[in-house]
Design a protein around this ligand. Structure first.
Ligand code: 6PG
Length: 276
């Protein structure tokens, strides 16, 4: 199989439910096989409903959350409680850190968690690994500093490596309107960098215009499984181009996820320009 699996479902709700089920199954399998399930997650508008599906029964009760290690593929250089933060989405819709730590309030990540709420995946606080962006901001450093610390964090607690690159059990991605994944934009210098994580200047061609930190696009090649989720007619044309045009990942970075072991979960609107 040289191409990814493409799953098309009637609407965003069905697609989010399918994505949550796939993610849960991958985490269960990785934890059973290797004792840990290393997941690099994403931002954008698609994760919230997927997170909510994982945060309640039955999926909440099927995943061995204590064995899940949650990382981020990229984030914006803003505090964790900022609406643009990819961490804030997980804090709002996925994590139940308080249930595990027995505490509520602002936890180790600087995000509010609610003790003992019945929804929420009880991933232990020490297994949640956001980019240390608030520390970088507090110390008046830059995205590159946060990226360097993240590389150290990955070396200490991250997944096994292959040729020096982390092998995540799951990389979960959204697709940007320009065909970007992670914070790797068309023509990105990230393709020429050897670091596992790096700072990225604020893009001017897509919103939001804020600086980022991102993992190296190589981690999409080394991941065991990749899940891409995209919804809506606004993405139909770029998705058709990504999935059908000749491979040129520097022009369309999302083509990195056109690989075996990847599953693209689209709603009908997003898939409307794909050949059937
Ligand atoms: C960004 C975007 C991006 C996002 C995709 C998918 O920071 O440039 O937010 O990272 O993942 O644009 O977004 P949707 O989930 O809304 O399709």
């Amino acid at each position: 199989m040289s191409e990814p699996e493409i799953v098309v479902l009637p609407d965003p709700e069905a697609s989010a439910a399918a994505a949550a089920e796939r993610i849960a199954a991958i985490l269960v399998e990785a934890a059973a096989a290797r004792g840990r399930a290393h997941w690099a997650t994403t931002g954008g508008s698609t994760p919230a409903a997927i997170y909510r599906g994982l945060a309640v029964a039955p999926l909440r009760d099927t995943v061995p959350w204590a064995q899940v290690e949650l990382w981020w593929g990229d984030d914006r250089f803003v505090p964790f409680d900022h609406p643009l933060s990819n961490v804030s989405i997980a804090a709002a819709d996925l994590l139940d850190i308080g249930a595990t730590s027995g505490e509520s309030g602002t936890g180790a990540y600087g995000v509010d968690v609610i003790a003992g709420r019945t929804a929420g995946a009880p991933i232990p606080a020490q297994n949640v690994h956001p980019f240390p962006i608030p520390k970088a901001i507090a110390e008046a450093t830059d995205p590159e500093w946060a990226a360097e610390r993240y590389v150290e964090m990955l070396r200490a607690d991250g997944p096994p490596t292959e040729g020096g690159w982390p092998v995540f059990d799951l990389v979960f991605l959204g697709v940007g309107p320009d065909g970007h994944v992670l914070s790797v934009f068309p023509g990105s210098e990230a393709f020429d960098r050897d670091e596992i994580a790096m700072g990225i200047p604020a893009p001017t061609h897509v919103e939001p215009h804020v600086a980022r930190v991102t993992l190296n696009p190589r981690i999409i090649d080394t991941a065991r499984r990749v899940i891409v989720v995209s919804h809506g007619a606004a993405k139909a044309s770029i998705l058709a181009e990504i999935l059908t045009s000749e491979r040129d990942v520097r022009r369309l970075p999302a083509q990195l996820a056109r690989r075996p072991g990847a599953t693209w979960i689209l709603d009908e609107a997003a898939a409307s320009q794909l050949p059937r």
